[in-house]
Design a protein around this ligand. Structure first.
Ligand code: SAH
Length: 221
């Protein structure tokens, strides 16, 4: 499908960026990424007009593209540096993946639902992003590419899985919404040494539930 990025879209993105600044997003690189990536490419064309509102939006198989504020906040908390290897759990639309790649990270992103995996793979390669996309249960991490500088979970986790902490480099961060199925707290874990971790809390967020072994349903993708 041919998608275009018009001046109107760019203008709407600029407004969104101003809104994110008002909501407290301050990392310049993150704001630049939001203003550069056409979010409307990641949403069905019929609903394109919603792309630059600060709202989550349904994609396929009952999943959602995260709200722009949430994407910006999680990215800011990750403190992405060029050349870092980042594992994203929950590719979904691929929008957050594109933001991380734009910031110069080497992104490994895993998606549970095959339809979403296929769609994101096609779209991100059309847009010229070089990322590693995988289909499977990311709740156990992706040991093949470990260790990671950062790990980003974009679905609600009932608990912080041991596997993920093991796959994180010393000095690295894991950012994840952790808690109940319908309400979580944005949590950042800093791996100080092989067995010492520090945890910070950044308030309430609502994500779709993580599936798989360390998620809410023990099913096979
Ligand atoms: N980052 C995405 C957010 C998508 S919502 C975006 O910007 O669009 C969360 C995604 O996590 C959904 O697509 C869901 O299918 C996926 N997911 C849920 N459990 C998962 C698991 N165990 N492994 C990988 N992906 C998972």
């Amino acid at each position: 499908m041919q998608r275009v990025d018009t001046y109107k879209h760019k203008g709407l993105r600029q407004k969104l960026v101003e809104h994110l600044i008002e909501k407290g997003i301050s990392q310049k690189r993150v704001l630049e990424a939001i203003s550069a990536i056409p979010r409307h490419f990641f949403i069905e064309s019929a609903f394109e007009s919603h792309a630059y509102q600060d709202k989550p939006f349904p994609i396929d198989v009952g999943q959602t593209i995260s709200q722009p504020y949430t994407v910006a906040r999680q990215t800011e908390l990750l403190d992405v540096q060029k050349g870092e290897k980042i594992l994203e759990i929950g590719t979904g639309s691929g929008y957050q993946t594109a933001i991380l790649a734009y910031l110069g990270a080497h992104v490994v992103s895993i998606e549970y639902h095959q339809t979403l995996y296929v769609k994101a793979k096609i779209l991100l390669s059309q847009l010229g992003f070089q990322v590693t996309l995988l289909h499977g249960d990311g709740s156990v991490g992706v040991p093949e590419y470990a260790p990671y500088d950062k790990i980003l979970v974009t679905a609600a986790m009932p608990f912080i899985a041991k596997e993920l902490l093991l796959q994180l480099k010393v000095g690295g961060y894991l950012v994840a919404p952790v808690g109940e199925k319908h309400k979580q707290r944005m949590t950042r874990v800093h791996k100080i040494s092989e067995n010492k971790f520090e945890q910070e809390d950044f308030g309430v967020f609502v994500f779709v539930p993580l599936l798989g072994k360390n998620g809410w349903e023990n099913s096979i993708p």
